[in-house]
Design a protein around this ligand. Structure first.
Ligand code: ITT
Length: 212
């Protein structure tokens, strides 16, 4: 059955298809191409729901959306929901990483703890395709929705390392490892990442509420 994935981020599409495709081959994950809602939530969970509701309403299909980022302990959880635009809208992953490392330049190695955070919303529309820009959380056109989360602890390097992955992967060393997430193979990352852990919680939701 078809499920739409509401994201612009091709890296997320790849990870969704790899992780979910292996576990739930009956799902065909299609990238959402319709109107975009304003992501004005103040939490990862809210933003994931805003994106998934828009896709569910516009397509009439069950929708998934991922809102994720990196939360740095000494910065009180920032960049958090602003991870994708930490250095400014459209500046890109490298500028975001460089700014974060600059902000932590004087921070001692044992105070560089951080966590990757991933919230995945699952939204089932009530009926036919509707208005993707409607923002009401209690709208009657949504039959069911829920959010699952995953967290991946680690610490930040002083220099980027590795060519795999995306975003903050080159500056994040997962707890218990001495390589960055960008030095892991896609298969290694997808087995242990925040997104993989969120999927562990999404899969039962999909089995109970989405897959016939
Ligand atoms: P969509 O909203 O279209 O899904 P986005 O990239 O703007 O795409 P987010 O607002 O959820 O998505 O921001 C996620 C950012 O957090 C992403 O751009 C990366 O900078 C970072 N991030 C999330 N997951 C990551 C991962 O697995 N590895 C490295 N960085 C990650």
């Amino acid at each position: 059955m078809r499920v739409v994935l509401a994201t612009h981020n091709q890296h997320k599409v790849d990870e969704f298809q790899k992780i979910l495709g292996a576990r739930l081959p009956e799902l065909e994950i299609v990238k959402y191409e319709g109107p975009e809602p304003i992501e004005d939530g103040v939490t990862f969970a809210e933003n994931s729901l805003i994106k998934a509701r828009a896709a569910a309403r516009h397509t009439g299909l069950p929708a998934l959306a991922d809102d994720s980022g990196i939360a740095v302990d000494i910065l009180g959880g920032s960049p958090g929901i602003f991870s994708a635009r930490w250095a400014g809208h459209g500046r890109g992953d490298q500028a975001n990483r460089e700014l974060l490392l600059d902000q932590l330049a004087d921070i001692h190695d044992d105070q560089r703890g951080a966590a990757f955070v991933c919230h995945i919303a699952v939204v089932v529309p009530a009926g036919a395709p509707g208005d993707a820009t409607a923002g009401d959380a209690a709208a009657a056109d949504i039959a069911w929705e829920d959010v699952a989360s995953g967290f991946w602890r680690g610490s930040l390097t002083r220099e980027p390392r590795g060519a795999n992955g995306f975003g903050y992967d080159p500056v994040f060393v997962p707890s218990g490892l001495d390589v960055t997430a960008a030095e892991l193979s896609p298969e290694e990352k997808n087995a242990i990442s925040h997104r993989a852990l969120a999927f562990e919680n999404v899969i039962p939701l999909l089995r109970m509420n989405v897959i016939p």
